[in-house]
Ligand binder design. Structure first.
Ligand code: GUN
Length: 292
């Protein structure tokens, strides 16, 4: 069994980005600048955004955190977005999700200039990605593709079953893996909560991407010997014996599935760390694309 070590690979990618930024600095060029908009005080969102800002500092990017009150109006947030769209010192920005219920998430995401949409959530980027044009690919599927490519996991002609059809993970990874190119050329099946006989499908898969959000859903009996397992799940499960009061669980029953898998991602330390590295990569791409 080979562990697909997202922590190690994401550190490697960060070092590559750091080197590129050093080169930019030494040539007197402006370094990439990422902004993150956070509305309210959701615990997980605070952790994620903090981690994104710290990673920017690590690789030498400029970063700006815009922390807004939970009760701001949609109109005020839209004004802030417009300001960020106009800001010539800024290469890319993200609006951390989820947003408070009184704000229409779709309206906000549509207001982001696609050229600064380093999360890749705008329909223009999704469409460009599907058409194999230069696009910001959402960080999670981008991270999965990088991990598969760097570990040389065979995908050419293989059957990949993606479990989950979200706009951020399941749908885009199913498109990317079916496209030509590295980590591509797979035959992809998209399964979801309405799929009948899921275990029969997953047992046929050479690669399984679990993006369902149900802790430890995939068990050993659902997996073929030698399969590649990608676990995108990160659910906080209450656990009083842990100092934080919770533990992070993936969608895969790791201990038993690892016995049968050839390649497998752990949780934590698998896809999670890759997403931040790919957000940085998108910000670097934004700097490069928007400069020319
Ligand atoms: N919330 C959970 N994941 C993400 C992400 O990748 N981007 C943003 N903006 N919000 C998130």
């Amino acid at each position: 069994m080979i562990l697909l070590d997202g922590k190690h690979t994401s550190n490697q990618i960060k070092e590559e980005i750091k080197d590129t930024v050093s080169g930019m600095k030494s040539r007197g060029e402006r370094v990439p600048h990422l902004a993150a908009v956070l509305v309210g005080n959701d615990g997980a969102s605070l952790t994620y955004v903090g981690s994104k800002v710290r990673s920017c500092e690590y690789v030498g990017f400029d970063s700006t955190l815009i922390h807004l009150e939970e009760n701001i109006t949609e109109a005020v947030l839209l004004k802030q977005i417009e300001k960020l769209n106009q800001d010539k010192t800024l290469d890319g920005y993200i609006v951390q999700l989820p947003l408070p219920k009184h704000i229409d998430e779709e309206k906000i995401l549509l207001a982001i200039d696609p050229k600064k949409d380093v999360d890749g959530f705008h329909p223009a980027n999704f469409g460009r990605m599907a058409l194999e044009l230069d696009a910001f690919i959402p960080a999670t599927p981008f991270g999965i593709m990088q991990l598969l490519e760097r570990y040389k996991v065979p995908t050419n002609g293989k059957h990949c079953v993606v479990v989950g059809r979200s706009h951020i993970v399941g749908r885009p990874i199913s498109i990317l893996m079916s496209q030509k190119g590295p980590a591509g050329n797979a035959t992809v099946t998209v399964a979801h909560s309405r799929t009948e006989q899921l275990a029969e499908l997953t047992r046929q898969a050479d690669i399984i991407v679990m993006a369902l959000g149900i802790p430890e859903y995939l068990t050993a009996d659902m997996v073929k010997e030698g399969a590649t397992i990608i676990d995108v799940g990160i659910t906080r499960v209450a656990d009083d014996s842990h100092p934080k009061g919770y533990v992070i669980k993936g969608d895969v029953k790791f201990d038993e599935v690892a016995q049968k898998a050839h390649f497998i991602t752990p949780v934590p330390g698998g896809i999670g760390p890759m997403t931040i590295a790919m957000l940085l990569k998108n910000t670097l791409l934004a700097r490069q694309w928007n400069a020319s």
